[in-house]
Design a protein around this ligand. Structure first.
Ligand code: F6R
Length: 263
């Protein structure tokens, strides 16, 4: 696990975009695992700029998203399909037929989850998985005490997660935040070839401390990334504020360019 402490949100967004750009340029047919939420929005803007101004080509790229609320149509302005279209897909030259978001309207969720896993496999697996982290340490919508080897499944959301998302996305209206989501499992995430987790702000500091320096535990799902073959955390000073080994991370990774990140 590499911890890169960025100067600020924009710096973190650019550094994370560098990793994605490298993978897309090396393998134009790669599969990107994507996340919604406030953390990756700046990176998506930067990727859209690079597509527009620097010819970064997404025409053959496939994508799979982490999760979707149960019960929301893709056209609902709070659905994750809508979020991805408006924050990324509408601004890059990806073929939307190659973009996949779990089906929150499935009638048989077990079948939908198995189909999603099969789709990932058919795409050759996930080359890079983008992640945010919940204040309770969730990745995707894998809440505390979910199995660390879980695959795509339906998850009941913790009240804290619904409160966080009500504040950020639903205009404060808790009643409108669905109670369940269909999400890739933490085991699905662990199978990705590279994982990048982005976290900014003081509110993320306890979850980041648990994920990076705590024991691996299903009570902080992101701590499972300690076992990932290539996980990189892009965080700001506030999110890093409860880490004990900040000086070490800064000395080794802070000003790293892509070459030294690979070391
Ligand atoms: C989103 C997702 C969630 C978010 C997490 C952090 O697809 O799977 O795990 O990444 O809730 O959300 P933000 O970035 O809004 O703080």
């Amino acid at each position: 696990m590499k911890v890169i402490i960025a100067k600020d949100y924009e710096d973190g967004a650019r550094k994370a975009a560098d990793i994605i750009e490298k993978i897309v340029r090396e393998n134009p047919e790669c599969t990107l695992g994507l996340a919604t939420g406030s953390s990756p929005v700046g990176m998506y803007k930067e990727l859209a700029r690079r597509c527009r101004e620097e010819g970064l080509d997404f025409s053959k790229v496939h994508s799979v998203n982490l999760d979707e609320y149960v019960g929301l149509e893709g056209t609902h302005d709070q659905s994750y399909r809508y979020f991805m279209n408006t924050n990324l897909f509408d601004h890059i030259n990806i073929d939307k037929a190659n973009t996949h978001v779990p089906n929150g309207l499935a009638t048989d969720f077990e079948a939908a989850a198995a189909e999603y896993e099969d789709g990932i496999e058919a795409d050759g697996g996930i080359d890079i998985q983008v992640l945010g982290i919940g204040s309770d340490g969730h990745i995707g919508f894998n809440e505390p005490a979910t199995s660390l080897v879980s695959r795509t499944h339906v998850q009941t959301l913790m009240l804290q997660t619904r409160l966080d998302n009500a504040r950020l996305f639903f205009g404060g209206k808790l009643d409108e935040v669905p109670t369940r989501a269909i999400t890739m499992g933490t085991g699905t995430v662990l199978d990705s070839r590279t994982a990048i987790l982005m976290a900014f702000g003081k509110g993320k500091a306890p979850a980041i401390a648990g994920a990076v320096e705590g024991a691996i535990s299903h009570m902080n799902q992101a701590s499972a990334l300690q076992m990932h073959r290539d996980a990189k955390f892009f965080i700001d000073e506030d999110a890093a504020s409860l880490l004990k080994n900040v000086d070490f991370y800064k000395a080794v990774y802070a000003d790293s360019d892509l070459r030294s990140l690979e070391a």
